[in-house]
Design a binder for this molecule. Structure first.
Ligand code: GP9
Length: 413
């Protein structure tokens, strides 16, 4: 417990506060909409195949947004629920299972809970069975006012597992305009779920040699989700939310398609082991600010744990009272270490991939400038810190330490 407390004391001392920079609190009181895209990976962004743009709407939106090009998903066995936990509670997933299933009654400092304490209404939208991933229980604990699940939607566009994302966005926005503002809305998409086989009428791309393959179907499904996002942007402009809302979009996890050949065919180049490791772990992160400001591509390493501290930064809420492990993407005082559940990590200088036996020296370190293998000792200090973070997170979650820390500080007052 002492080690965990010490780690947070040091982290909390580096958190941003009013006056640190021009972004801190620049969007105080604005609505926040976060869209978590099912299996939406980064390598499709800006790409064309057979002369067709895969994500034309995102590519257009990117020009007026902050685009984090090196954003990592940090999920484990809990997949979509891990992405949700990493993003909204800023903690690592567990080595096995899902926090949503294993510890839904433990205490967490979540984004909805923090924003609710600042008078936001907080809502989560996902057009599927509410019990999946134990969401109905976990979302109450996370501090959402309302969880809109399948029965709250009209299935007027049946697609894949449930409702198509186009109708899902439209119906979610219809509910949102009725909400008390400011609000935090978290939307979880579904149309691009494995095995990605959408009906031919929805598949708009000519995938050439990849036609009929699971990889080709995957690309088709992302093209559909991109179109849905384009419609969502237009709907937000039509209903007046666009100028009062921070809109974020990120992908939850990889597509489970680990073969290198279709990726090489799609990208038109050969891929190294480091390329594959990065491609399989990077998801897009787009932050659209109401006035299109700070638009551009940001290349420093960031990841899902960073979402909550970064949103607090934009809203001018000091993150130091909370038990959040991620870095604030807008705070230059914090380090840039991004740790994946596998123990792989990057600190911006090296990328370290662990070996199956978990022995540090047997892992591989790459120099991020040359992209060549380098002396593994270059990764030693970040490795120690990466291991520490995974342990701190595991202990915090498993032993319900946030509850203990909160109780101790209430007693001390
Ligand atoms: C279902 C959806 C899928 O509700 O979120 O979760 P996944 O299978 O990708 O973890």
């Amino acid at each position: 417990t002492d080690e965990v407390k010490q780690w947070f004391d040091a982290k909390q001392a580096t958190r941003s506060k009013a006056g640190d920079d021009d972004l801190f609190g620049a969007y105080k009181g604005k609505n926040v909409i976060v869209v978590q895209g099912e299996a939406f990976m980064n390598f499709v962004i800006g790409q064309s195949y057979n002369g067709q743009e895969i994500t034309p709407n995102i590519n257009r939106l990117m020009k007026k947004s902050m685009y984090f090009s090196q954003y990592y998903h940090q999920t484990g066995q809990g997949r979509t629920s891990d992405a949700d936990m990493a993003s909204n509670a800023s903690l690592h997933p567990l080595p096995t299972g899902s926090v949503f299933i294993r510890y839904p009654d433990h205490e967490f400092d979540t984004l909805p809970k923090i924003l609710k304490s600042k008078d936001y209404s907080t809502n989560v939208f996902h057009a599927y069975e509410s019990s999946f991933w134990n969401r109905s229980i976990m979302y109450q604990n996370m501090g959402y006012d309302t969880f809109y699940s399948k029965p709250d939607f009209t299935i007027d566009e049946p697609l894949g597992w449930s409702l198509g994302d186009k109708s899902f966005f439209r119906q979610s926005l219809d509910k949102m305009v009725e909400l008390k503002q400011p609000f935090y809305s978290f939307l979880i998409t579904l149309s691009s779920h494995h095995p990605y086989s959408l009906p031919a009428s929805v598949q708009e791309l000519d995938m050439g040699d990849l036609t009929g393959t699971t990889f080709g179907d995957y690309i088709q499904s992302l093209h559909y989700v991109d179109a849905a996002l384009g419609e969502m942007e237009q709907e937000m402009k039509d209903n007046g939310l666009w100028d009062d809302t921070i809109l974020m979009f990120y992908g939850d996890h990889d597509n489970s398609l680990k073969e290198k050949e279709p990726m090489e065919e799609f990208l038109g180049r050969s891929l190294t082991a480091l390329d594959m490791e990065q491609l399989m772990n990077q998801v897009p992160m787009l932050v659209h600010l109401p006035d299109d400001s700070h638009a551009g591509t940001y290349n420093e390493p960031t990841g899902q744990l960073d979402m909550t501290p970064s949103i607090l930064h934009l809203l001018g809420i000091n993150a130091s009272p909370y038990y959040l492990m991620g870095n604030d993407m807008f705070n230059q005082k914090e380090d840039k270490l991004v740790v994946l559940r596998t123990g792989a990590f990057t600190d911006g200088n090296v990328f370290y991939i662990p070996s199956a036996d978990g022995i540090f020296e047997h892992g591989t370190a790459y120099d991020m400038k040359t992209r060549k293998v380098t002396d593994v000792e270059q990764a030693r200090s970040s490795y120690d810190e990466a291991q520490k973070r995974l342990n701190v997170s595991d202990e915090l979650i498993t032993y319900d330490l946030i509850r203990q820390f909160h109780e101790a500080s209430t007693t001390a007052k």
